[in-house]
Every structure is written in structure tokens, then in C-alpha cells.
Write a protein that binds this ligand. Structure first.
Ligand code: GNR
Ligand code: NI
Length: 166
């Protein structure tokens, strides 16, 4: 199975808006398997298809300690949110950068699972933050977009400077 390359900021392809999945088929399930492998290998707690240059609305998440609670979100939508909380975020597409981001604290979201069944789930804590971070990716949004223009400029410069090292 493929361990896929992750796009690195400021790659323009991270700005694509992903297309909804119309049919959860074997091809979708193969994509999901590859995404879990890539996420666990990285390692990360979430991965959006956008980050591996596949512009479909597919997200994989596992925020558990033992990496044994995989969660698949196809066409995810936040349907309720409440509160505000600040939390340090990182991103596999912006390696080495960690910043505080303020987002809604509690969410309720709807999505489709890998068998094609719709579900709804309430989330708080790290799961809530991760779901919001991943849905942002599907919309071409990165956590640095939630920071001040000054901070974002500094991060962009730093990433470009280190581009040659990769
Ligand atoms: O691995 C990840 N950790 C993380 C930490 C705080 C907030 C969000 C995240 S998601 C990130 C993986 C990633 O880049 N997903 O898109
Ligand atoms: Ni990310």
C-alpha cells in the first residue's frame, strides 16, 4: 500500500476546494486505507485528502492514545457549534510550526462512514479541533489563515526559506 506524499505550505494545491463524494465505492475505500497508512506513518492525528493532492471531501482522524480508534469522515459538515477555545495546532503540511488557534469548543457534525452510512457525532476537546482543522483543509483553508497577517507572513517566509532543505 502507498505511503503518500504530503503537500507542503505554501503549495497552491492546498488551496483547492474539494468536491463531495457521490458514491462510496471500492476506490474510495482504497483511498481511505492509503490515507490512514499515511497519517499513522507521519505520524498525525488527522489527514484530509487535499493534503495528498486528492481533491475529494474525505478525512481520516485518530486522536486516541493507542491509535486504535480510526474515524472516517466523508462529506463532513458542522451542523452546530458552541463556545470558543484556544489550542495549539500543528499541520503535516506546515512542518515545524505550532501556533495557538481559537475555534468553537464544541461541535456537532454530520458525515458518511467508509460503508457509505451517514452518521452524526458530537465532539469536544482535541477531536473537535481536529475535525474543524480537517474540514478547513477540504475548503482550502490552513490553520495559519486563522493567525494575524504578520504571523502568517513570517511562517510563509520561513517555509519558503527551508524549501530547499527538503
Ligand atoms: O497531527 C496533527 N496534529 C494536530 C494538532 C493540533 C491541531 C490539529 C492537528 S491536525 C495534524 C495533522 C494534520 O495536519 N491534519 O490536517
Ligand atoms: Ni493539517
Amino acid at each position: 500500500m502507498a505511503n503518500l506524499d504530503i503537500l507542503i505550505y505554501p503549495d497552491d494545491r492546498l488551496r483547492n476546494v474539494a468536491t463531495p463524494v457521490t458514491d462510496v465505492d471500492e476506490e474510495t475505500r482504497a483511498l481511505i486505507s492509503n490515507m490512514f497508512e499515511t497519517m499513522y506513518e507521519a505520524p498525525g492525528i488527522g489527514l484530509a485528502a487535499t493534503q495528498i493532492n486528492v481533491h475529494q471531501r474525505v478525512v481520516v482522524i485518530d486522536v486516541s492514545e493507542n491509535k486504535d480508534q480510526p474515524l472516517t469522515l466523508i462529506n463532513p459538515e458542522i451542523i452546530e457549534s458552541d463556545g470558543r477555545v484556544e489550542h495549539e495546532e500543528g499541520c503535516l503540511s506546515i512542518p515545524g510550526i505550532y501556533e495557538q488557534v481559537t475555534r468553537p469548543e464544541l461541535i456537532k457534525f454530520a458525515a458518511i462512514d467508509r460503508d457509505g452510512n451517514p452518521y452524526e457525532m458530537e465532539a469536544d476537546g482535541l477531536l473537535s479541533i481536529c475535525v474543524q482543522h480537517e474540514i478547513d483543509h477540504l475548503n482550502g483553508v490552513l490553520f495559519v489563515d486563522h493567525l494575524s497577517a504578520l504571523k502568517k507572513r513570517r511562517i510563509r517566509k520561513k517555509m519558503l526559506k527551508h524549501e530547499k532543505d527538503r
